[in-house]
Design a protein around this ligand. Structure first.
Ligand code: NOJ
Length: 760
């Protein structure tokens, strides 16, 4: 085949022309097949091969030689259109056992550093591309406002602004300048939209939010992703205000493709079209479901292969217009061209691995040294120190060994210890440390899988660093993470009594987090609270510190743990190097700088507890629970102390389109260099609708030497103070705003200045 017989192969022509040329050569069957995405995980290889011969548009969850065989068949067809392979590379290409596993999105968001998201995504893109795959279903831009929901670990937390910044950076990391490059891939912003609001935290249930709320709260992160050039968007499972996302014409056609000007394609989530018939009962049969999905603006249909026959039947009867199919296929082909599938031979892997001379190089990319280094650097910034009390007159953390640290320039100040006890069900658990979306869980759960690469659990990390510093380590599991009948608390107490500092690792484990793993009760399971409290009683008697290290997908009820511990470190699901990063923080080799991207409830019944709620009567307190969360959005300590001296604005009044500098002066009042995240919130003092008590509008990370005072100018565009009014339009209302800057979202942590937004 050549560019003369197939003019769309001429790379010199504009993509638009090439797409149009190819489309005009396609039969109806070939077009509709391009709209179909099948999953290799729920189909026999023979059936998958038939689909490839039929010219299927996309295949997901297919790796290695299977993908190469499918691609060989597809490119051998009459028109030779390559398959676009999709994969859930959510925090690394984790489904491939051997690839880099990064901290989850929630953990990444705790770094409040979009550069980390970009680096994570760039590395992931390399590893996914090395496999011959082209497209990841990431980033997740749903907000994690209900921690009962199983997928909170996949979000960037509860705040639209932080999610938008992290999400846009992730898109840039995956796609780079162009996803046609051999080491870049196509990103997918999901799940459009308000999926995290599913009623009761039950995955995929109705999101009872209005379109005004959608525009005001849930759309902004998607707008950021579209601005960053994201090439695909996935429609959520759930109904929004009773209309399923894949049937929601206003959301897909009017808002996304119309107002936001999204030029890529929309893929449905898993069986969304089938669900219109079977679950949502909006369609009497598959044909009707297919018609609704087409009219609403879905372009690619994930795992409802019946869409193919149904749509061909609808076309034959003239019940859907061929122009509608053409529009969807144009969008899909456009992305295939943009992703280099027609021009870059690296993108179309057809040789069996054993015959491909390039396969060895590709293999060397997975979790290579450079990627491990990046992973560790990122993991360090994701840790959040939530509490650091004093024991015997000095802070519980960091600890120092008998000899000075050798590696990585670790500082040495800290509590001297000779022996530490490492206790708890999550101290030595790769599964708990990885969290969802790795080869343990997907495409089907294989909890017994064995990693083919080195993973440093929390215990491994502490052993390594302790060894280098002449510190002994005793390990006891103490209890099971979930089963209350399995515990060794007495043994753990005995071991702990031999140590100068005790570290207990608690949280959740795989089946307690992830898709369709929602929880009605976020209390710690097994005997974890009892374990921590027993250790605490002993430690307090002996005057040695008890440090709790949290290894968990999402906020849980950590009140009893926090109360019983002298220090608390949150690691979330920290990936392959989480254990090293945590150990380094514990030994003070770096100064922790993470901040919570999500509020932690005191008790499950207090949910929702996100910070940016609207004010109500009676201060929002329960008879039996404090008004405040256990840990608030933005909280996080370090081994130094920051004092906020003043906040002022570069001008007191500004109009739409202008940017004001929020000048924040702060002092590192401690004796160690540290990195502070200056957070800027705004409160609208008079508005046409009720507005949140405060909303994050900007942030800046700044490293301040010990004893130094710095002034940071944080840009605040006045347009970020806009709201979506009752008429559903975004507007910047003139008036007064309190601009609040400080260490975290709590009132007591914020200094205030006044800005007047003037008309015009
Ligand atoms: C369903 C999930 O909701 C979505 O996030 C994922 O990308 C697809 N399945 C494909 O695995």
């Amino acid at each position: 085949m050549s560019a003369s017989t197939q003019p769309w192969l001429d790379a010199g022509k504009p993509i638009e022309e090439r797409v149009a040329g190819l489309l005009s050569a396609m039969t109806r069957e070939e077009k509709v097949a391009q709209m179909v995405q099948i999953s290799y995980s729920i189909i026999t290889p023979e059936r998958a091969d038939e689909w490839a011969r039929l010219g299927v548009g996309s295949v997901l969850h297919c790796l290695g030689d299977d993908a190469r065989r499918i691609q060989r068949l597809a490119t051998g067809n009459r028109l030779g259109i390559p398959v676009l392979f999709g994969i859930d590379a959510i925090h690394g290409h984790g489904i491939h056992n051997g690839a880099t596993v990064f901290p989850t999105q929630l953990a990444l968001a705790a770094s409040w550093n979009p550069a980390n998201a970009e680096r994570m995504a760039a590395v992931t893109a390399k590893e996914v591309a090395a496999e011959g795959l082209h497209w990841t279903f990431s980033p997740v831009l749903c907000l994690g406002r209900d921690p009962r929901w199983g997928r909170v670990d996949e979000t960037f937390g509860e705040d639209p602004y932080l999610s938008g910044k992290m999400g846009a950076a992730t898109v840039r990391g995956y796609q780079g300048e162009s996803p046609a490059s051999s080491d870049r891939i196509v990103a997918c912003a999901k799940h459009y939209i308000a999926y995290g609001e599913s009623t009761g935290g039950r995955d995929s249930y109705d999101s009872a939010v209005s379109m005004r709320m959608v525009r005001d709260v849930f759309l902004p992160p998607f707008e950021e992703a579209v601005k960053a050039g994201v090439h695909t968007v996935m429609a959520g499972y759930e109904p929004v205000d009773r209309v399923p996302c894949s049937a929601h014409r206003e959301l897909l056609r009017d808002v996304l493709k119309g107002e936001l000007g999204f030029k890529g394609f929309v893929v449905t989530d898993w069986m969304n079209v089938l669900s219109l018939h079977t679950r949502h009962k909006m369609a009497a049969n598959l044909e009707e479901a297919s018609r609704i999905a087409l009219e609403a603006g879905n372009d690619m249909i994930m795992t409802t292969p019946e869409f193919y026959e149904s749509t061909l039947a609808l076309l034959a009867r003239g019940e859907v217009a061929e122009s509608q199919i053409d529009e969807a296929v144009t969008r899909i082909l456009n992305i295939k061209f943009l992703a280099g599938l027609f021009d870059n031979p690296d993108k179309v892997k057809t040789l069996p691995l054993s015959e491909d001379p390039a396969a060895k190089d590709a293999e060397a990319v997975y979790n290579c040294e450079a990627h491990r280094k990046e992973n560790l650097e990122i993991a360090r910034e994701c840790l959040v120190l939530l509490k650091n009390g004093t024991v015997g007159g000095s802070p519980a953390l960091p600890i120092a060994g008998q000899k000075p640290a050798t590696a990585e320039g670790g500082a040495s100040a800290g509590r001297r210890v000779r022996r530490i006890a490492v206790i708890g069900p999550n101290a030595d658990s790769v599964r708990a440390q990885f969290g969802d979306w790795t080869f343990f869980t997907h495409p089907t759960p294989h909890y017994d899988a064995v990693p083919t690469f080195r993973v440093d659990t929390m215990l491994d990390g502490l052993k390594k660093l302790a060894g280098e510093r002449g510190v002994g380590v005793i390990y006891e599991k103490g209890c099971d993470a979930t089963d209350p009948s399995v515990q060794w608390i007495a043994k753990a107490r005995k071991a702990a009594k031999k140590a100068d500092a005790v570290f207990v690792f608690v949280g959740d484990t795989l089946p307690q987090t992830g898709e369709a793993h929602d929880r009605a009760n976020l209390e710690l399971t097994g005997m974890q609270n009892e374990l921590v409290e027993a250790l605490s009683a002993d430690c307090r008697k002996r005057g040695v510190p008890l440090v709790s290290v949290l290894v968990n997908g999402k906020p849980l009820e950590f009140g009893r743990v926090a109360e019983a511990s002298d220090a608390v470190v949150e690691t979330f699901n920290s990936g392959t190097h989480g254990g090293i990063a945590a150990a380094e923080a514990i030994f003070g080799a770096f100064n922790p700088s993470g901040r919570l991207p999500i509020s932690f409830p005191r008790t499950t019944g207090q949910i929702p507890v996100y910070y940016n709620q609207i004010p109500g009567w009676h201060e929002g307190k329960y008879h039996d629970c404090d008004r405040t969360p256990l840990f608030a959005f933005g909280e996080g300590l370090s081994y130094t102390e920051f004092r906020y001296d003043s906040v002022s604005l570069s001008k007191d009044a500004a109009r739409a389109g202008e940017t004001v500098l929020v000048n924040v002066t702060l002092t590192n009042a401690g004796d160690r260099e540290g990195t502070e995240t200056v957070q800027v919130y705004a409160a609208d003092l008079l508005a046409s609708i009720v507005t949140p008590v405060k909303e994050l509008k900007a942030f800046a990370r700044v490293t301040v030497p010990a004893g130094a005072t710095v002034t940071v100018g944080v840009p605040l565009p006045t347009d970020s103070l806009s709201l979506v009014g009752i008429d559903g339009r975004r507007v910047l209302e003139p008036g007064e705003f309190a601009i609040l800057a400080g260490h975290d979202s709590r009132d007591q942590s914020l200094l205030s200045a006044r800005l007047t937004v003037t008309a015009g």
